[in-house]
Design a protein. Sequence first.
Length: 252
Amino acid sequence: MKFHRQLEMKKYRRQEGLFVAEGPKVVGDLLEAGFEARQIYATKEWIEETGHTDAQEVSEDELRKLSFLQHPQKVVAQIVMKFPTWEQEESASLTRRECVTFSERERHLLLALDGVQDPGNLGTIIRIADWFGISTIYCSEDTADAWNPKVVQATMGSIARVNIIYCNLRELIEKADIPVYGTLLDGNNIYEEELSEEGIIVMGNEGNGISPRIRELITHKLLIPRYHEGAESLNVAIATAITCAEFRRRFH
């Protein structure tokens, strides 16, 4: 129990190479995608429904103690992280090399997150990427940890299908030879601007937007127009959904 509860903290997730997934949907999607479970704790009902006889049966009370959710959902699993989605300290330089050479092997639509801090927003953005068929998200090193239990839960299983790579975002974008898009208040109306089928869409921090050091690298500034006075800004996850939807609408 003590070991499991430690996985709520980033340093222990990194140290052990494990993260926690909960609920039939999230755990099922991860296992189906080929992720390995170090340990599965589940109710008798879930084990009988799925046939996962290798799971350790626990009572409802034990499940509540293992769960990081307010309302536990039948199963809690310790999942082994996959490289390069998660970078160990000793592998950081290799992961950065992967980042700066991405354009040689991926020439389609990508997301880059610059300092997104809220776990719920990050989880929702991963889910949005999955919905719109965006396979890779590059995250700045100050973006929330994708393997935080709150993030994993918010993805509703999409984290099994989206590759998430943490790297030096400025270094990544400087090496890019495809368009770099960013939503900014001084941008051009996204519905009128010319877009391309490939490129990097940069989304910024909840309070401060895209940082100055990344903003200066944006090659195409976009604006999601406001049609009524009132709200000063859009939630970053909602802005991501609107932006991705417009790209996919143009090139479906």
